[in-house]
Design a protein. Structure first.
Length: 259
């Protein structure tokens, strides 16, 4: 059994306080299955002569595709203050990272403006810091926990404070990879002011209609979006997921900048 570390305790406290039941949202989830074989083939070709720290993973491709697609669906990375949608001036991506017995966060600003290689480099550098116990978000949490909880709770009662925290430190859109833990698919918890979060499941061979009355097995990637149904509806989310699937199933544009 893995020993519980001080960081485990600190981040568990952060999680308990983050998900205040008064801010939990009326959530709805929608899922799609993506044919991952085209991106797997491109990924294999690109990685043939690449060093470990530059290798493209399926997660990298999904992060890039999801963020690029979000540019046409800005409500999904906006904030909701309980009364209205507050647009965010930039996309700030949050990716949970499993460490010891807790979760830390990799935060990337404006990932839509990065090439795939730049995104990989940013992710690799921050994950290395997280593994050394020097992650940027850990430093922030260490500062936060020094402030008495009742003061933090009072401050977070003001919607503008929560929105500012997301913009500056946490991120306004989360993508988590349950598949890396061997989980087929899942949904993420979310709290106001965040509007939507995306979860990757485990890739697996699934039967797909071959258009001739039969089936063929293809490697499929499940993606599930959970969203606050007050500021956004299923039609908007469904169009986002469809656009994301189209990009991932024809991922050439994502790989264009890869050297």
């Amino acid at each position: 059994m893995q020993e519980t570390t001080p960081a485990d305790k600190m981040f568990r406290t952060f999680q308990i306080q983050k998900f205040d039941t008064k801010r939990m949202i009326p959530a709805v989830s929608m899922s799609i299955d993506v044919n991952a074989e085209p991106l797997m083939a491109l990924r294999k070709k690109v990685n043939e002569n690449r060093p470990k720290e530059k290798r493209v993973t399926v997660t990298h491709v999904v992060l890039k595709a999801a963020c690029d697609t979000l540019m046409d669906f800005p409500v999904l990375y906006s904030s909701f203050n309980g009364k209205r949608v507050v647009e965010n001036p930039e996309l700030v991506l949050n990716v949970p990272v499993d460490v010891e017995n807790h979760v830390e966060y990799l935060v990337v600003r404006n990932p839509n403006e990065l090439t795939l290689d730049q995104l990989i480099a940013d992710c690799y550098e921050e994950i290395e810091k997280i593994n050394r116990g020097e992650g940027e978000f850990r430093k922030k949490v260490q500062t936060i926990v020094k402030v008495p909880f009742f003061i933090r709770k009072l401050a977070m009662a003001f919607p503008a404070t929560g929105i500012k925290f997301l913009r500056e430190h946490y991120g306004n859109f989360v993508i988590s990879n349950f598949g890396s833990l061997g989980v087929d698919r899942g949904t993420l918890a979310s709290a106001q002011p965040m509007i939507a979060v995306l979860c990757m499941g485990r890739m697996a061979k699934m039967p797909v209609d071959d258009g001739k009355g039969g089936h063929e097995f293809k490697m499929m990637l499940p993606l599930t979006m959970t969203f606050d149904h007050r500021p956004v509806d299923g039609g908007y989310v469904g169009r986002y997921l469809t656009a994301l699937r189209e990009l991932l199933e024809a991922p050439g544009p994502i790989f264009e900048s890869v050297v």
